[in-house]
Every structure is written in C-alpha cells, then in structure tokens.
Unconditional design. Structure first.
Lengths: 226, 226
DNA sequence: ACCTGAACACCGTTCAAGT
DNA sequence: ACCTGAACACCGTTCAAGT
C-alpha cells in the first residue's frame, strides 16, 4: 500500500467523524483531526466531500437519523471486499409487510429513533438545521402517516399527529442529554424559593421509563381525538 | 468619548451577538465580527467574558431560555442612565400570586417559551449542551411541578409530566425550524413509494395550530393518568 | 481517480501595553 | 477598570502537483 490510495470512502469518513464526535465532542471534529484519525492528509477528505465540512455535517446527520442504516461497531469490510450496497436492513426487510398493530409500529419507530439519537447525542446540533426531506425522513413520515390513518385519524389530523410524535421524541432526547451530567435536580438554589421543586428533590429520573410513559400518554391522546 | 471606555457590558454583548445569530446564523458569530458590530476591538469582549466564547454561548443560551428577561428591540438605555437591575418582568410581577387554573398557567408558559425559542431559532444548537440548572430553568420547573401537582398528579408522575411537557415544546420548535424553508412536503420522491405521504401532499402545515392541538392533547393525557 | 503539501484567509485566545 | 494591538496556534479551503 503506497502513499496514495489509502482506501478512503464516504462511509469510512462518516464513521470516523462520529467516533470523534462521540468521544470528544462536536467542537473537536476538525478536518485535520479527522485526517489524522483516518491516517490520511486532512485534504484527502475533500475528495469525497467536495463541498466541504458543511456537506460532511449533512452526511453525518443523515447517517444518525437513518434508523435503517447499520451503525457503530458493525464489522468494517476490508478493502477489496465485495462492495455491495451496504443498505441491508437486519430487521423487517420489507416494511410494507409489517402487519403489526399501528401503535406497536409507532412505538417501535420511536424507540429505535430515540436510541439512535442518544447514541450520537454529540451530533444533535447538526440535526436542527437539517431539512427533513431525506430518504430516511420520508420513510419515517410515511410509516407514521400510515399508522395514524389506520388508527382512525383523517385529514390534517394525520400530519398533525406525526408532527407531535416527532416533536416529542426529539425533545425527549434533548431533555435527557441536558439533564445528564447533573447531580440530583439542582443541589443548591432549592432553598425556599422553589417549593414545588423541593418536594421532588433527590429523585433521580428514570429516563427510559419517563420516555415510555410519556409516549404512551401522547399516543393515546392523539388518537382519542379521532 | 475617547478610544477607551466604549460602554460595553455583558448585556449589550449578548444582544448584539443575538442580532448576528438571528440575521446571519450561528456559524457567522465570530469574536472579531462581534467586536466590529459593537464598534470595539474583538479582544474587548474578553474583559466581560473572561472564559471566552464558550461562556458567551452559555450566556446567550441563558438569555434565550429566560422567558422573564426582556428581549430584542427593547429600548436600549443610553450610557449614563440609571443602571437599575434590568430584570423587571412586564407581566405578572409576582409569580406566586398567579391563581389561574393549572392548565392555563402551563399553556401560558409553553407558548411564551416556544415564542422565545422561535425568535432565536439560530441559537437552538447552543441550548442542547446547556445544563438546565439556571435560575430561569428552575423557575420554569417549579411552575410546572406546582401546576401538575394541582392537577392531581403525585410522586414521580409530577417530574415525569414536566419532562414530557418540556420535551414536547422544545421538540416542536426543532420540528418547525426543520420544516420551514421546505416547499410543500417533499416535492420529488413522492412517486409511489410513499403512499401515505402522497395522500397528504400539498397541505401546508399550520405550525401554530399544530402546536396548540398537540399541547392540548398532551396535557389532557398527562393528567388523565392521575 | 485519489491523495499530498504548501499556501491563504480567517479564527480563538494570550499578553503586554496603553489610558 | 477597560480597551488596544501585536502575536501565536489552529482552522477551513484552494490549488498545483504528484502517482
């Protein structure tokens, strides 16, 4: 293997960038540092992302939000392997064949999406300015629309329910990320000025359970209006 | 007015920084550009934020999330004015005296908070990594806990409901910011692969109404469990 | 086609100096 | 106390050049 042709690829770059984000934070993701991690000169990245760091950010956001894409420590194919599409979905190969009840499908999507975002929470700022017209986003919305229609919603209530669900899941991840790293709910400043807060001081939140119960409540309420 | 003593202050810096963020985007907020806008050498900012840009980011996030703080085109006091505290709240001077029903108080907070975030949506990425232990955050949580307790919730259900509400509001803003700037829901790619999506194509979303109805549904569901 | 290496404009931050 | 000006290390990106 000579000095050139280091076996770079967009996928390898994205995965390495995510490793840096997860391990050191978004702010430390630098073209030069990324090059170092890939054992390559920083400028080599531009050959795979000619539009620069912004395009790389978009690709990272697309990767994180695409629940169907394999993620993380999946065995990295050696250079020279069969370059097949890499878009195989381990679960539910044909989404049209999913005949489970509507609420189960929605819960499934919500938990999978939440898990994905939590795993790469350092990349959350990249999702905000990403327009939701990617393949994966359209697929998710189609799933949501179908499920809510099956639940009995019609007209504008369908996209409205999907928006509420999407909002809740994203917001719950943001909420959890902000809460983590804090000790108990605010050690100081719970003197006497926040009486209701003091009544629940010291209770460590169970984010998984909180998310599940909030999700159940929201889904029940959204379809009750039908 | 000589070359020194340009009348800088943390508040003036934060407001100017927000103007840049709102007008040109977070990425273009630069210490040097900020200095230019303030008619000051960039390094003067460090006298008011000795810990640098990170501390400035935190201050911006605190400003945006503090519903009680006056925001935007509030008349800027001339240098030499009476330097009073600047924390006067135009509405509801004493929050303890708020005897409206619990759901009205929650809806009020939710709408005010949403409005604030939407107005400075460019600063959203700064909120994610901001720990929620600021004055304003504690005040908001105390309000939420009190309202949900009054609605009949007890024990862990109270912080759980507050978390769900906070998640929904934040997520709804993120959802809207992502959706804006898109034409109708995805012009291309609605060929035949996303049938449920196609059924609702061309319907422009009414974000205000979507938010309101989703909020109503969520609140109703959260207290129904009591 | 794929990667290197030097270069340029710009950035955050430090520090000594001015008033 | 408050601000300036030069300096340093680092960054994103361009471009000509190598293979």
């Amino acid at each position: 293997m000579s000095r050139n042709n280091a076996g770079l690829s967009a996928d390898r770059i994205i995965n390495e960038a995510l490793r840096i984000i997860d391990g050191q934070g978004l702010r430390r993701l630098t073209m030069r540092r990324l090059g170092d991690a890939l054992q390559v000169e920083a400028m080599a990245v531009y050959h795979h992302f000619p539009l620069g760091k912004e395009a790389l950010f978009d690709a990272i956001a697309d990767h994180v939000t695409d629940v169907a894409r394999p993620d993380g420590d999946a065995p990295r194919p050696l250079p020279g392997d069969d370059p097949d599409d890499g878009a195989d979905d381990p679960e539910g190969a044909d989404p049209a064949a999913d005949d489970r009840p509507w609420d189960e499908r929605l819960r499934d999507w919500a938990h999978a999406y939440r898990t994905r975002l939590l795993r790469h929470s350092g990349a959350l700022p990249l999702l905000i300015n990403r327009r939701p017209d990617t393949e994966a986003a359209l697929r998710a919305r189609d799933l949501q629309y179908g499920a809510f229609a099956e639940a009995g919603l019609t007209g504008a209530a369908v996209p409205r329910a999907a928006a509420a669900l999407d909002s809740y899941v994203t917001g719950a991840v943001v909420h959890q990320v902000r809460a983590e790293g804090l000790p108990s709910p605010a050690p100081a400043a719970v003197d006497g000025r926040f009486p209701h807060l003091a009544a629940h001081a010291g209770a460590a939140p169970d984010h998984d359970r909180d998310f599940r119960e909030g999700l159940d409540a929201l889904l029940a309420a959204l379809v009750r209006a039908a």
